[in-house]
Design a binder for this molecule. Structure first.
Ligand code: MLT
Length: 242
């Protein structure tokens, strides 16, 4: 488990790297695919996003940009998972740039398998890992501008807990990986109060100040979507249904 993209060791890659940004980028990616998006292309820079999306037919694209929790001017959408429904999203490519989530993905894009996860897709992620059996897995929280995020760590713990439960392994198998032991303990503490967790988290509070309680409620739902967003080429995700 890495708590921020900055913690990821340079020059190394696991078999499978998982980007997590529960509030809200990776929850929104899964919601966009559930609503029928054909692909999601991520950018760290809004100017690059606007330029690349110009090459795409207008009726086939959505530009989503978020900074500080708010929509970036010039983009069609901000970063709410609730913005996506089939009428708006089906068959379109989402060009997306967010404060931390898209940067996290770019930091791990060298791994042979890169996926994103959230609480909403936790079970799908577990099933994907059980099927693929990668030897090394990085669970990378997006954090907030280089600092720790509670909700991303809880999601990492939820994924690990799902693997342990499905394989009837014991918690002893985690011994020696302090960050993973801590993430699972944190998930066990919060598992029945995931919305309360969102409300206590720093970024949850930032989103509440921007009147986004409905987004917190959405992102706190466990295992509601059978989708794994998977990197097809650097910076481009497509959906895999589990
Ligand atoms: C991010 O990438 O930092 C987030 O997803 C921010 C947000 O829109 O809530």
């Amino acid at each position: 488990v890495y708590h921020t993209p900055e913690e990821v060791p340079a020059g190394e890659a696991p078999d499978c790297a998982i980007a997590i940004d529960v509030l809200r980028a990776t929850s929104t990616m899964a919601a966009a695919f559930a609503a029928g998006a054909e692909a999601i292309q991520v950018f760290s820079d809004i100017t690059a996003l606007l330029q690349a999306s110009e090459q795409w037919p207008q009726e086939k694209r959505i530009r989503a940009g978020e900074r500080g929790g708010a929509r970036v001017e010039g983009c069609d959408l901000g970063n709410s998972p609730l913005d996506h429904n089939p009428e708006q999203t089906e068959g379109r490519r989402l060009f997306m740039s967010t404060t931390n989530g898209t940067r996290c993905l770019q930091r791990i894009q060298q791994a042979p398998t890169v996926i994103t996860s959230a609480l909403t897709t936790r079970q799908a992620t577990v099933d994907f890992l059980l099927r693929k059996q990668p030897e090394t897995v990085w669970l990378v929280g997006s954090g907030w501008e280089g600092t720790y995020s509670l909700e991303d760590t809880v999601c990492a713990g939820a994924i690990a807990h799902g693997i342990i439960s499905a394989t009837a392994a014991t918690f002893d198998t985690l011994a020696g990986n302090d960050a993973l032991v801590a993430a699972v303990a944190l998930y066990l503490h919060w598992q029945d109060q995931l919305l309360a967790l969102m409300q206590q988290a720093t970024h949850g509070q930032r989103l509440l100040r921007l009147n986004n309680l409905a987004d917190l409620e959405y992102c706190a739902q466990l295992d509601i979507l059978p989708i794994v967003p998977i990197q097809q080429e650097a910076g481009v995700l497509v959906p895999q249904t589990i």
